[in-house]
Design a protein around this ligand. Sequence first.
Ligand code: SF4
Length: 190
Amino acid sequence: MKVPSAESHASAKPRLATCSLTGCFGCHMSLLDIDERILELIDLVDLDVSPFDDKKSFDRPVDVGFVEGGCSNEYNVKELIEFRKHCRILVSVGACAINGGVPAMRNTVGLRECLEAVYLHGVSLEGGGMIPNDEDLPLLLDRVYPSHEVVKIDYFLPGCPPSGDAIWAALKALLTGTEPALSYQLLKYE
Ligand code: SF4
C-alpha cells in the first residue's frame, strides 16, 4: 500500500522535510551519500522545508520528516515542535537526535560550569573573556535533549551518521507504505 500524500491532491508525490538542530550536519551529508539514487529520490518525493532547498516554513503538511540533532537551545525546541506539527511521520535520524550525541557531553557538567570553562577559562583566552549574553542569541537549555523528549517520534534511525544505504532503505520503505525493517548490516556500528 502506498503512503497517501499529505497533500489532498491525488496525483501529488509524497513530501519530505528535513531539519538540522544541534548536530554537525553529517546526517544530512549521509543522505547525499545515496549517490545516483538521488535521481530516484527526486522522482519519488517533493522536497519541502529543508536545509537542502533552504525552504524555511511549511505551507502545507508533509508526509515524512527527518530530524537531525538534539535540542540545545530554545530555537531548536521551536523548530522541532513546528516540524512535529507538520510531519505525518517523524524520524529521529542519528545519534544526536536520538540521544543528544556529542553535543550532549555538556550534560555531564552544569551549563554555567560549561560556559565558564569555554568563555572565561579557555586556554586561548588572553586577559579574560566574557560569557556571550546578546539578547539575539538563542537561550541555551539546561542540557541537550534528545528529540523524543521534546515531541513524539515515530521512528529512530541510529548511527553517527546512519549510512546513506540505511537512510535510503528507511526512506524508501516509509514513502512506499512499508514498515521499515533494516538489516543488521545496515545498522551495525564499527
Ligand atoms: Fe553529526 Fe553524528 Fe550527530 Fe549525525 S549523529 S549530526 S553525523 S555527530
